[in-house]
Design a protein around this ligand. Structure first.
Ligand SMILES: Nc1ncnc2c1ncn2[C@@H]1O[C@H](COP(=O)(O)OP(=O)(O)OP(=O)(O)O)[C@@H](O)[C@H]1O
Length: 323
């Protein structure tokens, strides 16, 4: 059996704050990513999406758990293995302009990762690849002489995508890549990512708090709440028939374009009352119970086990549609 491209196994991340308090940002997060698939990661602000991406990139040291790349545990002390991993896994961030060095030309920005990770190609070939990279994301190669501030937000994100692609990665971690862009531009970038994913057989981990954007791209979706996985399912089933009340709450929060439908949606919202609890003092039992309309005594007392239901996974004492 072929090992998954990436496996995250019981990953927990804690941050010690200046106050001495310990914040549990991720608790026993486990999932696998198969080559060529797009996994969407959704959840409200602060649920641990970026921490998960940073832990995969080895920018945060986990308290527990492990990350396996092509079946092999990542070891930060293995310099050769980590260099190969850094080349195979690239990322795209939320603020495209912020992610580009303002003092470098766009061509130099695109050449930088190649010079670091593929110096054997030689300078001329690397320059040529940078020019081709711009074309691949819909920009003209002559634009390589300009500086980031001369581009719009959407163009900067295209440059960020070209830079990520330059080293021919297998996996791209996209952390809210369209959230900072105008809605009209978001669609173009999502389409570009979908086209590149297909053409380059890329694997994408697509983080977003916007469920409509995630729906367009993802094969499967993972729902995070207060650092724990609530549900993992194929995108079609999750959107049509969520198993976790939290997933349903997120889906009910998606605004509808038609004003009449939107009024009906707002009138119908029944769940999600109450504030997001502090991650410094998470609720007992099921962490969602304080906002869940169907919570019962067991939900306050026991952490729900991670159960498989018809090919999908959910952590809920009373999954929707199963009572
Ligand atoms: N370096 C850090 N030190 C202390 N706490 C942190 C650190 N990084 C993240 N956190 C906390 O960990 C929790 C998860 O944060 P994270 O940024 O991963 O969430 P997120 O889902 O990506 O949120 P957003 O959508 O707002 O970016 C939050 O409570 C956050 O305040």
């Amino acid at each position: 059996m072929v090992a998954p491209l990436l496996a995250v196994d019981k990953l927990s991340v804690r941050f010690r704050l200046n106050t001495g308090q310990v914040l549990q940002a991720l608790s026993e997060v486990s999932f696998e990513l198969q080559a060529g698939e797009t996994l969407g990661i959704v959840g409200e602000s602060g649920c641990g999406k970026s921490t998960l991406a940073r832990a995969i990139l080895q920018l945060v040291t986990p308290a527990q758990g492990e990350i396996r790349w092509q079946g092999k545990r990542l070891n930060p002390h293995d310099k050769v293995g980590m260099k190969a991993f850094r080349r195979a896994v690239q990322c795209i961030f939320q603020d495209p302009l912020d992610a580009l060095n303002p003092r470098m030309t766009v061509s130099d920005i695109l050449q930088e990762p190649l010079l670091a990770l593929r110096p054997e190609l030689g300078k001329a070939a690397i320059r040529q690849r940078a020019a081709e990279g711009l074309q691949a994301v819909g920009l003209e190669s002559a634009m390589g002489n300009r500086y980031p501030h001369e581009f719009s937000g959407g163009q900067c994100q295209r440059i960020g995508i070209a830079r990520a692609l330059s080293v021919e990665p297998q996996l791209i971690l996209c952390d809210e890549p369209v959230s900072a862009l105008d809605v009209s531009i978001q669609g173009q970038i999502v389409k570009l990512l979908a086209d590149l994913q297909r053409d380059h057989h890329l694997t994408l981990l697509f983080i977003s708090h916007d469920l409509s954007v995630v729906r367009e791209l993802s094969d499967r979706v993972l729902v995070l709440y207060l650092g724990r996985i609530m549900e993992i399912a194929d995108a079609a089933s999750l959107y049509q028939n969520p198993l976790h009340p939290y997933t349903r709450m997120l889906l009910e929060a998606i605004p509808l374009p038609d004003p009449q439908q939107e009024r009906a949606r707002l009138a119908k919202i029944t769940v999600g009352a109450g504030e997001l609890p502090s991650p410094l003092n998470p609720p007992s039992g099921c962490v969602f119970h304080t906002r869940c309309p169907q919570a019962q005594a067991v939900c306050r007392e026991q952490v729900p086990i991670w159960q498989r239901l018809g090919g999908r996974w959910v952590a809920c004492h009373f999954p929707l549609g199963s009572q």
